[in-house]
Design a protein around this ligand. Structure first.
Ligand code: FNR
Length: 182
């Protein structure tokens, strides 16, 4: 089983990318996580550019999502909402709407912020958007606050409750794919 990881942060030292890596280590084998690294290449959405053959970066993202068994998205919160480039990428892959690549795709949303609440608003909004597109969005939430202090040197989450919540989420994501395949 191949899980595609999307980080909502383009920052090189991103805590959300760290959270994806921590999640990847917890995925039950044979599932594994591949973190998508080309989100920054996706252009701003325009219907003028949304042609049968879209921008190569868009085509690449659509193919990566279509070929993944499940998606794990770690998002920061920017001004109480979804970071613009992540929403932009979702807007691109939402077309063509009836058979967009997210439809029926198992997706888990997690998030980290340096604030007190762990990007809960951005996560909630992203779940709403993904549900609208027909994705099979897990209810599970992992909200990592004070992200600058949340990770141990080996990359694991320091807080055992958060580590358990992350483990449950990746287990549920793996199981949702298994039940979909059955
Ligand atoms: C933030 N940050 C932030 N944090 C939060 O908890 N709620 C918020 O609304 C915002 N808004 C916000 C806007 C912008 C433009 C930036 C750059 C940052 C802080 C944010 O949580 C922090 O920068 C994280 O470290 C971002 O995640 P990555 O890049 O570490 O994954």
């Amino acid at each position: 089983m191949r899980v595609l990881g999307l980080s909502g942060s383009l920052r090189s030292g991103s805590y959300n990318t760290s959270l994806l890596r921590a999640a990847g280590r917890l995925l039950p084998p044979p599932a594994d996580l591949e973190i998508y690294t080309d989100l920054a290449a996706v252009p701003p959405y325009s219907e003028d550019l949304d042609l049968e053959r879209a921008h190569p970066a868009v085509e690449q993202l659509r193919r990566a999502i279509a070929s993944a068994d499940a998606l794990l998205i770690a998002t920061p919160e920017y001004n109480s909402s979804i970071p613009g480039h992540l929403k932009n990428a979702v807007d691109w892959v939402s077309r063509p709407f009836p058979d967009n690549v997210l439809r029926r795709k198992p997706v888990a949303v997690i998030g980290a912020s340096t604030g007190l609440f762990g990007a809960v608003w951005a996560q909630a909004e992203l779940r709403k958007v993904l549900t609208t597109l027909g994705a099979a969005v897990l209810d599970a939430e992992v909200a990592v606050p004070a992200a600058h202090a949340a990770f141990a040197d080996d990359g694991r989450l320091r807080d055992p409750r958060l580590a358990t919540a992350l483990q449950r989420t990746v287990d549920e994501l793996a199981a949702s794919q298994a039940s979909r395949a059955a």
